[in-house]
Design a protein around this ligand. Structure first.
Ligand SMILES: NC(=O)C1=CN([C@@H]2O[C@H](COP(=O)(O)OP(=O)(O)OC[C@H]3O[C@@H](n4cnc5c(N)ncnc54)[C@H](OP(=O)(O)O)[C@@H]3O)[C@@H](O)[C@H]2O)C=CC1
Ligand SMILES: O=C(O)[C@@H]1CCC=N1
Length: 277
């Protein structure tokens, strides 16, 4: 199988995976990326020296060219564009080209319906820390994906972070927790920075403290066997300051609010799947 990997629709998510793979040792010469805009393609080629980036506005056949001869093709456009993209490249795929979709809400059945019969397909749900090799990536194989092909995809994606296999009915939940999750952590950092300003800190200092604290806590969580509840308790002195803050969060129902947000994210995913038919 060809070593070449094509990132079709190389925006936030696919660029993050691509960055993780390059840092993890994939040869940039084996990577081809497509986008619509020429300035975006130029930016990708500048940030990831040695890859080939092709813009649709300059080369309308860019996706077909990139798919031709690639062993793995990673579809990274918005959910509404995935079926058209898959149709567009279906005549350019080898029967053993592994087609990976990173799109939320696009089902395996929807993908398989627009690709050649028997094409190996894998639905994934990654997240943007993949850029640092710190992503969480779920994989769900389609009906024609062999165990060997799934393992090959897992081996490639491992450079982007931790790979977990889940049944398709759990992908919306994975999306609501780890797919969208980095945004929740950034939102927490934004709220903490704003709270610091309200308490009288200089905005720049407050942002520095909030960023460093969320990042530092993230590193602690990344240690093997880390337990968020134990780590939290280690900060919380009896009758101290943290205890008062956590009690306030509990009284105001913050865990329920987070659960409600995650339910809304998962429900939106299911809604998009229905809308895409
Ligand atoms: N962002 C995230 O954290 C996550 C996103 N996802 C999924 O990833 C997918 C992409 O999302 P995201 O990266 O945020 O979106 P972006 O808008 O950042 O990226 C989409 C990219 O696709 C390119 N593009 C659009 N149409 C075409 C086409 N026909 N041919 C080639 N390139 C095309 C765009 O090019 P141009 O820039 O030139 O317009 C853009 O670079 C979605 O399906 C989403 O559900 C999944 C998990 C997390
Ligand atoms: O917001 C979205 O729809 C995508 C899917 C998960 C994260 N970002």
């Amino acid at each position: 199988m060809s070593n070449r990997i094509a990132f079709l629709g190389c925006g936030s998510m696919n660029e993050a995976i691509m960055g993780g793979l390059i840092d993890g040792g994939v040869d940039p010469a084996d990577i081809v990326a497509t986008v619509r805009r020429a300035d975006r393609a130029a930016g990708l080629a500048e940030r990831h020296h040695g890859i080939t980036a092709i813009a649709g506005e300059e080369e309308p056949e860019n996706n077909k060219q990139a798919a031709t001869g690639s062993g793995v093709v990673i579809l990274g456009v918005k959910p509404a564009g995935i079926a058209d993209l898959a149709r567009e490249i279906s005549g350019s795929l080898s029967p053993d080209t592994i087609v990976i979709s990173v799109a939320a809400a696009v089902s395996l059945a929807q993908l398989e319906a627009v690709l050649p019969a028997g094409q190996p397909v894998i639905r994934t749900m990654p997240n943007t820390p993949a850029k640092l090799g710190r992503g969480m990536v779920s994989v769900t194989p389609g009906s024609s994906c062999s165990a060997g092909q799934l393992q090959h995809a897992k081996d490639i994606l491992a450079a982007a972070g931790t790979v977990v296999e889940v049944p398709e009915e759990q992908v919306d939940a994975v999306s609501a927790i780890s797919g969208s999750g980095p945004a929740y952590a950034f939102y927490l950092a934004e709220a903490m920075a704003a709270a610091g300003v309200e308490l009288g800190l200089d905005p720049e200092l407050s942002l520095l403290l909030a960023r460093g604290t969320v990042a530092g806590a993230g590193f602690m969580l990344a240690e093997p066997g880390a337990d968020p509840a134990s780590l939290r308790k280690a900060v919380t002195s009896p009758n101290g300051t943290t205890e008062r803050a956590i009690a306030t969060f509990d009284e105001r129902g913050l865990p329920a609010i987070i659960a409600e947000g995650a339910r809304a994210a998962a429900a939106r995913s299911a809604e998009i799947t229905r809308q895409l038919g």
